[in-house]
Design a protein around this ligand. Structure first.
Ligand SMILES: [Zn+2]
Length: 282
């Protein structure tokens, strides 16, 4: 089977990742791309390559150059910090609201984390050089990169606070809710090993914590690599970081992913408009 991401990376002179990738057939679902006016989106689309990624596919390794840039349309990608002793812990989770390696607009740079697919999905890829060129031409593209960068920073700050202050059951509930936001139903395709890596804990800790969540009715079943959740009860089990973080990020997307899109060179800021699928928190 042809590995499309590896093929694309090789065409860029990047090392092979060993990712598991299959043919892509999904439409455009990326929230950042959806916020671009047609003319600005048109600076990118001729150069997009569409791919699918499967769970555990490594999209970028720590130390790799941030190239290409991925715009996920579905799925969930975890950013993992690899420690010298072999342990890993997740720093952020990204789905179709984000753009992996978009910070390459700052110039060629190396990734400080490993990006691993936790839930299968699809994405559009573009070389970092092409993306930088479009970024230089388009105020709207600069806007989506800035909004996304602030959302990632906000998530990093919340996760850092959560890891320091909150218990593992609340933290696991938060990760499960974040995953649920990126899958179509209440069955999350996630294993105990994957949860252990997200949380930076032993697998036995995941098993014990999962039984607590099951007793609380937040996880009705957990078998064969699928975790079924009761969203309402899981929200009660989660620490307050999830609600606070998501409300702030949703508000930011709602208010700032407006169609900026002044024609090139214009300085006026048009009235804000909601993107198609951004719910404004009250
Ligand atoms: Zn927390």
């Amino acid at each position: 089977m042809v590995n499309e991401i590896d093929g694309f990376r090789r065409s860029l002179g990047a090392p092979s990742q060993g990712s598991v990738v299959t043919a892509h057939c999904a439409g455009t679902g990326n929230r950042l791309l959806a916020a671009l006016p047609p003319a600005d989106l048109g600076l990118l689309t001729p150069y997009f390559q569409k791919v699918s990624f499967e769970p555990d596919a490594v999209l970028v390794r720590s130390g790799d150059e941030l190239d290409p840039v991925y715009f996920p349309h579905s799925g969930a990608i975890a950013f993992m910090l690899d420690m010298p002793d072999g342990q890993t812990v997740a720093t952020t989770l990204m789905g179709r609201e984000g753009a992996l390696a978009s910070f390459s607009v700052l110039g060629p740079s190396l990734s400080s984390v490993t990006a691993v697919a936790r839930v299968a999905g699809t994405a559009s890829l573009i070389s970092a050089a092409r993306f930088r060129a479009a970024f230089a031409q388009s105020a709207a593209i600069r806007n989506i990169v800035q909004v996304h960068a602030r959302a990632v920073l906000l998530q990093l700050q919340h996760v850092a606070a959560c890891n320091a202050l909150h218990r593992v059951d609340g933290r696991m509930a938060r990760w499960l809710l974040q995953l649920h936001d990126r899958v179509p139903d209440g069955r999350l395709p996630v294993t105990h090993d994957a949860l252990a890596q997200l949380l930076g804990v032993r697998r036995t800790t995941v098993t014990l914590t999962m039984s607590k969540l099951r007793e609380a009715g937040a996880v009705p079943s957990d078998r064969r690599g699928f975790v079924e959740i009761d969203r309402t009860r899981l929200e009660k089990a989660a620490c307050h970081c999830y609600a606070l973080m998501q409300r702030t990020i949703d508000r930011m997307y709602c208010q700032e992913l407006a169609a900026p899109a002044p024609a090139h060179g214009e300085q006026n800021i048009p009235a804000l408009r909601r993107t198609a699928d951004v719910a404004c928190p009250r």
